[in-house]
Design a protein around this ligand. Structure first.
Ligand code: WTA
Length: 657
């Protein structure tokens, strides 16, 4: 455990407010809060300086910022390449430094350590492979890979040639991948034979085949993850499916990074909103990379000797920014782990942190809650004294979990950085900085320097301290903020820029001011759930359930869960001739797994005779949510079918008043 020095409590009346130790402050890139004031004087100049200092440009920009609400651009006319910024520019000083340490799930496999030069070579070769397969600037490439280094190679190779990648979480089903492939019309897919999860080889290629049947797909590149002893059955379609290693063996290492204009899309990442169809969030190159670079450097205070470990999967935005573009653009060494935290036991992550001298550890509250449940004996067994900074992301963290993390992982010596952000924001936006503080459990912290946050009430008026409102951002918008929704400008405008007009970015999160500067985020106010940190919409799960032939209609709502934060609970109306049974239930669960993936599996299913509906026929999920948590119910008289409420209360076992 970390030997100290411990964080400081400055005010005895505020025992829960922690400040950095002198040592932490001195070491930090940002050691005083002056940066906030300076940045606020001119956020545009602030970001312009960061973009100039942090990134390597092929051509300087002509104009820093242009706002035409709800559209905006940063660094107009500038040119750069993201893969160049993550690789080429490090070769001279960090060529032999380890970029990626990969740990396989099976412990009999040795770790792989890939240097910056090694990664550069792989990316050069694979970018040439993509070129040979006909991928051009602006083309979309679908990536469906687990946590293996080839996923970073694939992403950076797309970036190198100006192609747009769209990574899909490997635990999502093939049909879910297909929906995304169809929406972005990907030409080439990159996948693998499979990976290890909980000790078992999981075949991925068969799932990828579902998406490969999409009309746009011309070629599928397959990474061979399993050795020859692992017997799995996969099919390689002649003329379409090609082995990664065969293509790489013939590829040239000579590949020029193609400079692109700042506002060129770097990637799409599909995320859940309030409707069933996931939306393709568009991130640009320069703004995104500026934010990825500086948030990595400032939040995690990365220095040359750090070993950074973010446990997120690459299929989520946290994986994109803090397992690829952030750490690699700053030239850090990062750890990635293929498998499950309980393989072979609950000490695995701490064992890995010990083995590789991890100094910055970034994970989700759901994981910490699980560790807390499993007991302190697991972390206590390992030497975690190299840790300097702990981070969390993805959902609100409760007081007890925060303290457990702080006490048992670092002996109260590391700042706990609670980072609030979204797929749409590209990088972190609200959190304390390690050399500045304060670190307050359940309070994310301050908006990142140079960003303008506010909390508004229903009418658009700023709330007073202690009142809950909606978290928003004002111009100039953070450079990492999304630039659009793929092929759906209406969705972009309606979702993010209509609540308070086109000059205010609406986050869909509730929040309140803890004090003048610090923000406590209370969670989503729309029909989006965070299940074990994974983003999932009610409508998405409902669509999957209603695609089952025996279902008429369904409503899915989140229920609080001790470990996973929230879990989906489904209320389902079956066809009149179908009787509820364990078999029907199992087959509906199977359908959800097939349509979305195991993460969306309903935790509990209630077969009901009807759902609360408004006079216009809209299902009132709010009532179901309240019934589940024994909360006071709203006025039921506006319902088309108020008699359904007592029926549902009885069925669920409602204990509220
Ligand atoms: C929630 C994840 C409280 C929030 C990076 C947001 C958080 C949604 C925090 C985005 C946090 C994320 N405290 N809530 N520190 N971080 N959230 O797109 O509701 O998967 O809107 O991005 O997660 O989820 P997403």
């Amino acid at each position: 455990m970390s030997p100290g020095p411990k964080l400081v409590v400055k005010d005895k009346n505020k025992k829960n407010v922690f400040w950095p130790s002198d040592e932490m402050r001195e070491r930090a890139w940002v050691g005083t809060d002056r940066i906030y004031k300076d940045a606020a004087k001119s956020p545009k100049d602030f970001w312009a300086n960061l973009a100039r200092d942090g990134l390597t440009w092929s051509k300087p920009w002509k104009k820093v910022y242009e706002g035409k609400p709800p559209y905006f651009k940063w660094f107009l006319g500038g040119q750069l390449n993201a893969s160049y910024n993550c690789l080429d520019r490090h070769l001279e000083t960090r060529g032999n430094k380890v970029a990626i340490i990969w740990e396989a799930e099976p412990e009999f496999e040795r770790e792989r350590k890939i240097t910056y030069r090694g990664l550069y070579r792989e990316v050069c070769k694979f970018s040439n492979v993509l070129r040979k397969l006909g991928v051009k600037k602006g083309d979309r490439v679908g990536i469906y890979l687990p946590m293996i280094p080839e996923v970073m190679v694939a992403m950076l190779s797309c970036a190198r040639i100006g192609a747009i990648h769209s990574v899909v979480f490997s635990a999502f089903s093939g049909s879910n991948f297909k929906k995304r492939v169809e929406d972005c019309e990907a030409k080439v897919l990159i996948t693998c034979d499979g990976y290890y999860r909980r000790g078992k080889p999981i075949v991925l290629k068969n799932q990828a085949d579902v998406a490969a049947s999409a009309k746009s797909v011309k070629k599928v590149v397959v990474v061979k993850r399993f050795d020859n002893k692992t017997k799995v059955k996969i099919a390689m379609k002649k003329g379409r499916d090609l082995w990664y290693h065969n293509l790489m063996a013939k590829a040239s290492e000579d590949s020029k990074a193609v400079p692109v204009e700042s506002n060129t899309p770097l990637f799409l990442l599909y995320t859940s909103g309030t409707t069933g169809k996931p939306k393709g969030v568009i991130h640009d190159t320069a703004g995104y990379l500026t934010q990825a670079y500086w948030t990595t450097l400032f939040n995690f205070d990365i220095h040359e000797d750090d070993v950074f470990w973010c446990t997120a999967d690459i299929g989520w935005i946290t994986g994109h920014t803090y397992n690829c573009y952030g750490p690699l653009s700053v030239g850090a060494t990062m750890v990635i782990y293929e498998g499950s935290p309980d393989m072979p036991d609950w000490g695995r992550l701490w064992k890995i942190a010990d083995k590789f001298d991890v100094s910055v550890f970034y994970t989700a509250p759901t994981a910490i809650r699980m560790f807390k449940k499993m007991g302190v004996k697991w972390p206590a067994h390992y030497d975690l004294s190299t840790l300097r900074i702990l981070g969390t992301v993805g959902e609100p963290i409760d007081m007890e979990t925060w303290h457990w993390y702080f006490k048992h992982i670092c002996n109260n010596c590391c700042p706990v950085i609670d980072t609030w952000w979204q797929t749409e924001t590209g990088g972190t936006l609200v959190n304390a900085l390690p050399g500045v503080g304060p670190f307050i459990p359940t309070v994310a912290g301050r908006p990142f320097p140079g960003t303008v946050a506010d909390i508004l009430d229903d009418k658009g008026k700023p709330v007073k301290k202690g009142e809950t409102g909606y978290l928003v951002f004002r111009p100039p918008f953070p450079p990492g903020l999304l630039r659009g929704v793929w092929k759906n400008p209406k969705k972009y405008r309606d979702t993010y820029w209509s609540e308070y007009g086109p000059k205010v970015y609406y986050t869909s999160d509730g929040a309140k001011w803890y004090d003048k500067h610090n923000i406590r985020v209370t969670g989503r106010v729309d029909d989006v759930m965070k299940v074990a940190g994974h983003r999932l919409s009610s409508a998405e799960v409902e669509d999957a359930i209603t695609s089952h032939p025996e279902v008429i209609v369904s409503a899915v709502v989140p229920k609080p869960d001790e470990i996973r934060g929230q879990v989906p609970v489904a209320f389902i109306v079956l066809r009149p001739e179908v009787k509820p049974s364990p078999e029907v239930e199992a087959s509906i669960v199977k359908q959800v797994k097939k349509e979305i993936g195991p993460t969306a599996k309903p935790h509990q299913i209630f077969f009901v005779k009807g759902l609360p509906k408004t006079r216009s026929g809209k299902i009132m999920r709010r009532f179901l949510r309240s019934i589940l948590v024994n909360e006071k119910l709203g006025d039921a008289s506006t319902l088309q079918n108020p008699e359904i409420v007592p029926y549902l209360k009885k069925l669920v076992g409602y204990r509220g008043k």
